[in-house]
Design a protein around this ligand. Structure first.
Ligand SMILES: Nc1ncnc2c1ncn2[C@@H]1O[C@H](COP(=O)(O)OP(=O)(O)OP(=O)(O)O)[C@@H](O)[C@H]1O
Ligand SMILES: [Mg+2]
Length: 375
């Protein structure tokens, strides 16, 4: 019959073995291109195939080695055995076996989600397919979330403990003591302000984070923003007996910016200079134009806030913009700080596609510079 079919004669169907070989070649090419690490493990517990991502992870000799040499943690060995048990019993593998694998690479640890699945017997290969996906960023985000919740709870707990203690004292021993009452109410008011400050900072942070990908559409005049911020901080600056010098730029251009957010940036930087660098007696604020800034197309405006206080040890600088990071936690708390200010500053500057740099050495004061693109 087939000989009578002209189409079949022109384009003969290749034999089954050739088709299978083509299929294997194509599948291997597909697996080779996957970013996930893939291992195929035969019933002898030997690695029959390791794709390039798996060879990057386990070394060039992964293929051909014993599976236990690569996956030696008891959980991983147990996952493979469960896979083989499913293979033997022929039970339908509804869900792949899943375990977490931690691999130490250089100075970091990576966390992988490892899935073990019996191969379909129709493939002609008896064995397991093991995939490993790097989920370190997910694990890291979870850790950050846990740390964040722990930090917030801790920050709220201390003022609440103080309040609860004073309420009890005022209800009991100090009930009839007007002097003590006055004193305790003062402390209670301060602690309440601290909690309100913390909650406001948390709200600001979440608001800033939610719009971080959207560049501001409005334009602002930096000089006006700085003058308004300084005016609002005037009482604080005068109380601390600090002289402020403001070097403005003539004809500073309007730049794209969110006014309220930029006020928040400069308020925190100036407030920090007063709170932590105030013993230097003066603060300099300067606006300059900067023609080139790496990572920013076109010119940028640069605002520097410099104090002459005790400065910051350089070991702290890389972490200073992390939420709740404080050089001296007790001192910052005493001054009503929560350690969120610079985290908010960083997010706002990022939203403006700008940069924040911090220069300081112990005993030599600090210079915080904010760069904001002109366009
Ligand atoms: N000008 C400065 N001089 C010395 N240390 C500083 C200066 N600015 C910031 N720091 C240090 O950096 C820490 C973090 O500052 P940040 O503004 O994030 O928090 P905070 O001022 O403590 O609290 P908040 O801004 O939320 O009220 C401060 O606690 C302080 O230790
Ligand atoms: Mg601050």
């Amino acid at each position: 019959m087939a000989q009578d079919d002209p189409a079949a004669a022109a384009d003969p169907v290749p034999p089954l073995s050739d088709q299978r070989e083509t299929l294997v070649r194509r599948c291997t090419a597909l697996l080779d291109g996957l970013p996930e690490a893939i291992l195929v493990i035969g019933t002898e517990r030997r690695v029959l195939y390791a794709n390039p991502a798996a060879r990057d992870l386990f070394g060039p000799h992964a293929e051909g080695s014993q599976a236990v040499a690569l996956l030696r943690h008891p959980d991983e060995v147990a996952a493979l055995e469960r896979g083989f048990a499913r293979l033997r019993d022929g039970t339908e593998p509804a869900e792949p076996v899943e375990v977490q694998k931690v691999i130490a690479q250089a100075s970091t640890e990576s966390v992988f989600r490892m899935l073990v699945q019996p191969l379909d017997p129709a493939s002609g290969i008896t064995g397991l397919i093991v995939s490993l996906r790097d989920v370190s960023h997910v694990a890291e985000a979870e850790q950050q979330r846990r740390d964040f919740v722990a930090n917030v709870s801790h920050e709220l707990r201390s003022p609440l403990t103080v309040l609860a203690g004073f309420i009890e004292t005022l209800q009991g021993p100090a009930r009839e003591d007007p002097g003590a009452r006055e004193n305790f109410l003062g402390i209670m008011a301060r602690e309440t302000r601290r909690m309100t400050g913390l909650v406001n900072d948390l709200l600001s942070l979440s608001k800033v984070e939610s719009v971080e990908r959207m560049r501001p559409r409005t334009r602002v005049h930096l000089t006006e923003v700085l003058r308004a911020t300084l005016a609002a901080l005037r009482p604080q600056i005068e109380d601390a007996g600090i002289a402020v010098r403001f070097d403005d730029l003539d004809n500073a251009p309007e730049i794209p910016g969110d006014r309220d957010q930029l006020v928040q940036v400069f308020r925190n930087l100036i407030e920090n200079a007063v709170k932590y660098g105030g013993n230097g007696g003066r603060i300099d604020i300067a606006v300059t134009r900067c023609e080139v800034l790496s990572g920013v197309a076109g010119p940028a405006m640069k605002v520097t806030v410099t104090d002459y206080g005790e400065g910051i040890d350089p070991i702290h600088l890389p972490r200073l913009t992390e939420r709740f990071y404080r050089v001296d936690t007790d001192r910052s708390r005493q001054k009503g700080g929560t350690g969120l200010g610079l985290a908010i500053v960083k997010h706002i500057v990022n939203r403006h596609r700008g940069r924040l740099t911090i220069r300081s050495a112990r005993g030599e004061g600090c210079t915080f510079a904010v760069f904001l693109p002109c366009e």
